[in-house]
Design a protein around this ligand. Structure first.
Ligand code: 6GU
Length: 254
């Protein structure tokens, strides 16, 4: 997978992509991440990337020209990384903005299917509307709060994409067990010591009875999801056992 990031702050990306799973995926050649400085795509002497809004008001707006230039250059570089064997492939151009569609696990799974994506980090008071209308194919927000720019959001999106790529996770980091991939929150985990400051690991986990352990974990996942994120249950298909457990918990007044 090839990910392009257009940003005014390329240095912000150094550390997050130099550690852990993302770093390993880059080293293994599973993903290539190219950081492009929007300022490099200006053509005036002062490399101006923003200007005051028409109609007045506070703040600055990102100008359209550098963003159009940058996307055109990336595409024109013939896909720099080379064409797909299938020929032309779709190239999502995504603007990171609090006004975007809310990013979730399903969106991450959808995006990870593309061979190449461009992420544009918005900044200042916003981005010229013609970028939205004529350049980007999608807008993404990572939650209902305001960040100073799209950079942190782009890092979140990249991390979630990279961990979906086949081979990105070690066997010990199985992708299917994560919170949200099943639609439920994760069950409680314990490791040594068995007794810590008088707090014990639940007996069942020491029993060696794998069927009972699996059942306990499903129940814990459900319990945690009902208490903390009941909204998730509405979108999750439960099996007979889970529906039974749920009915039981509701009777118990969890
Ligand atoms: Cl994608 N950008 C900014 N600036 N703020 C956000 C966001 C994105 N997602 C949530 N808040």
């Amino acid at each position: 997978m090839h990910i392009h990031i257009l940003t005014l702050f390329p240095n912000m990306f150094t550390a997050p992509f130099s550690e852990s799973i993302v770093k390993r995926a880059i080293d293994r050649g599973l993903v290539e991440i190219a950081i492009h400085n929007i300022r490099d795509y200006t053509s005036d002497r002062h490399h101006v990337v923003d200007d005051s809004p028409y109609g007045g008001g506070p703040g600055m707006v990102l100008k359209p020209e550098p963003l159009f230039e940058a996307v055109t250059a990336i595409k024109g570089a013939g896909w720099e990384f080379g064409h797909s064997e299938k020929g032309e492939f779709e190239l999502p151009v995504i603007l990171l903005t609090p006004q975007g569609r809310l990013f979730d696990q399903r969106a991450a799974e959808g995006l990870s299917k593309y061979e190449e994506v461009i992420l544009i980090c918005g900044h200042y008071e916003g981005v010229d509307e013609r970028v939205r209308e004529h350049l980007v194919t999608d807008e993404i927000s990572i939650g209902d709060y305001v960040l100073s720019g799209g950079e942190l959001a782009a890092m979140v999106v990249v991390d979630s994409l990279v961990r979906q790529l086949p081979g990105a996770l070690g066997s010990e980091e199985a992708v299917g067990e994560d919170s949200h991939s099943s639609g439920l929150l994760e069950y409680p985990q314990y490791t040594r010591p068995q007794s810590f400051r008088g707090w014990e690991v639940p007996e069942i986990l020491l029993s060696g009875n794998h069927a009972e352990i699996a059942r306990w974990r499903r129940e814990q996942s459900l319990r945690r999801t009902i208490r903390r994120r009941p909204d998730l249950l509405e979108r999750t298909a439960l099996n007979d056992e889970e529906r039974g457990l749920l009915a039981q918990m509701e009777r118990e007044e969890y």
